[in-house]
Design a protein around this ligand. Structure first.
Ligand SMILES: [Zn+2]
Length: 204
């Protein structure tokens, strides 16, 4: 991998988030799971699209609004086909979009699952002062500590990563990160050169 290019880490939960809501049939709060299926209503001139969630106890459905009363011309054709064929990728991307849950006033159940990271290289050259730049994408809002994430992904010991944090070598937005800092969607982590240079074996 080219160390002079900024890396992009997309954090993907192994299980899609569930929604906590009152189930009219169970008469209490239950977890509604992402069914992976869409409902498309194209009866009139306008199109509505929902992602269907189901109560994990009784299967009652709840529809999360994806597109509301949209003009067909404004809907991406490929995506529209995906909704009709219940595309797994679309169900996963819309089903982990925090903004969408908020818009639908849906409460996300705390994710208890593991995650994996899709790593790619961007075309952005790293800032000269930084040895390594990692742009984090965490659209599902998994609660992760930056120190644990970096230690795990860069194969560093806890004491090594602690030294980096204590020495102020790990920064984001010009500020040194504290070891307990959480990984926020969109954050750019920069790891300064001086210490990292001694980590010649380091490879992201
Ligand atoms: Zn139920």
């Amino acid at each position: 991998m080219n160390r002079n290019l900024r890396k992009l880490w997309l954090i993907v939960p192994d299980q899609l988030p569930a929604v906590i809501r009152r189930c009219p049939k169970c008469k209490g709060k239950t977890e509604f799971q992402n069914s992976g299926k869409f409902r498309v209503n194209a009866n009139g001139k306008l199109i509505d699209i929902w992602l269907i969630f189901r109560c994990s106890h009784c299967d009652t459905s709840w529809n999360m609004t994806i597109i509301e009363r949209a003009n067909p011309e404004n809907i991406n054709k490929t995506e529209y086909e995906g909704f009709l064929s219940n595309s797994h990728e679309l169900a996963a991307s819309y089903g982990s979009d925090r903004e969408l849950f908020i818009k639908n006033k849906a409460e996300i159940a705390e994710l208890k699952t593991g995650f994996h990271i899709l790593k790619t290289e961007t075309v952005t050259q790293v800032n000269e002062a930084a040895y390594m730049e990692i742009q984090i994408k965490n659209p599902s809002g998994l609660k992760l500590r930056a120190d644990a994430l970096l230690a795990g992904e860069l194969a560093l010991s806890r004491s090594q990563i602690k030294k980096w944090f204590d020495g102020g070598l790990v920064t984001s937005g010009q500020e040194a990160l504290v070891p307990g800092a959480k990984v926020v969607d969109g954050m750019l982590i920069q790891i300064k050169k001086e210490e990292a240079i001694r980590q010649e074996s380091l490879d992201v």
